[in-house]
Design a protein around this ligand. Structure first.
Ligand SMILES: NC(=O)c1ccc[n+]([C@@H]2O[C@H](COP(=O)([O-])OP(=O)(O)OC[C@H]3O[C@@H](n4cnc5c(N)ncnc54)[C@H](O)[C@@H]3O)[C@@H](O)[C@H]2O)c1
Ligand SMILES: Nc1nc(=O)c(N)c(NC[C@H](O)[C@H](O)[C@H](O)COP(=O)(O)O)[nH]1
Length: 220
């Protein structure tokens, strides 16, 4: 058993979720409120380590009225235990799970960092050199995470998609264009070679929210 996974992101019309420098304020105020309503509904919220390093996110419900109890469990996919100990994701507002890879077994620095993180978070040790996402999903389900919001970035989004672990995609398309071949897109990673390998989606809903357009897809 695994959580029901909803990928939520904001992108520019040209599919970028950040510029080449990592700047990523894309959603309008109305969309941010929608995101926080969703954070309030789900049991868990997951990001990749680069998102933590770039944005220092809290991943809590803070743009709408809420209580501490509304905060989902935060999950970071972090092979080498690089989550900074002072990062906001480790604050007392919610529980945090850091998923590290089996590199902790062979690298003393990574081992020491994971030990330090275990004082502030629940550390999940994967059996593989890059966190095994299927295994992690099973673990999260065992921690009572029945619904999980995936909040990026591009690399983790693609890995989750490739492993068939995403059930829904909700994307805010902002009326902006930034370009740049080094700017992160909604899904990066290695990508597929042929169109016939594409993951197919079904558009379930679409609406305008302030300046933005929200598209909601079911993954087929
Ligand atoms: N606009 C948005 O909605 C939005 C949302 C989130 C992040 N972002 C932006 O995305 C950028 C970060 O994206 P990114 O692609 O560099 O990093 P990411 O956040 O996807 O983190 C990727 C890292 O996670 C680790 N990882 C461990 N196991 C993995 C696995 N099995 N599969 C994949 N990754 C694994 C690896 O170290 C990998 O490099 C930031 O600039 C951030 O601002 C934008
Ligand atoms: N929906 C959405 N619109 C955006 O314009 C944007 N940049 C993100 N980015 C998601 C990412 O996970 C961010 O790091 C957190 O949104 C940081 O903010 P918090 O302190 O967690 O609220 N998400």
């Amino acid at each position: 058993m695994r959580p029901y996974v909803i990928l939520n992101a904001a992108m520019t019309l040209d599919g970028k979720i950040a510029t080449k420098t990592g700047s990523s304020e894309i959603s309008g105020l109305e969309d941010l409120k929608r995101v926080h309503e969703l954070r309030k509904e789900v049991d868990g919220i997951m990001v990749g380590i680069n998102t933590v390093l770039m944005d220092d996110p809290r991943l809590t419900v803070h743009k709408i009225t809420s209580e501490k109890l509304d905060n989902p469990i935060r999950v970071v996919v972090d092979n080498k235990a690089r989550t900074p100990i002072e990062s906001r994701i480790l604050n007392d507002d919610a529980l945090t799970i850091i998923a590290v890879s089996n590199k902790v077994e062979t690298d003393n620095i990574i081992f020491e960092r994971s030990k330090a993180l275990s004082e502030k978070a629940d550390v999940f040790y994967s059996k593989d050199p890059s966190v095994n996402l299927k295994e992690l999903m099973k673990y999260l389900y065992s921690k009572k995470i029945k619904t999980l919001m995936l909040e990026g970035g591009s690399t983790l989004n693609f890995s989750m998609l490739r492993e068939n672990l995403i059930d829904e995609i909700r994307v805010c398309v902002a009326p902006m264009v930034v370009g740049g071949k080094y700017a992160k897109t909604l899904f990066d990673g290695d990508g597929f070679d042929f169109m016939k390998e594409a993951i197919n989606l079904e558009l379930k809903n679409s609406y305008q929210l302030g300046k933005d357009l929200v598209l909601e897809y079911k993954v087929l």
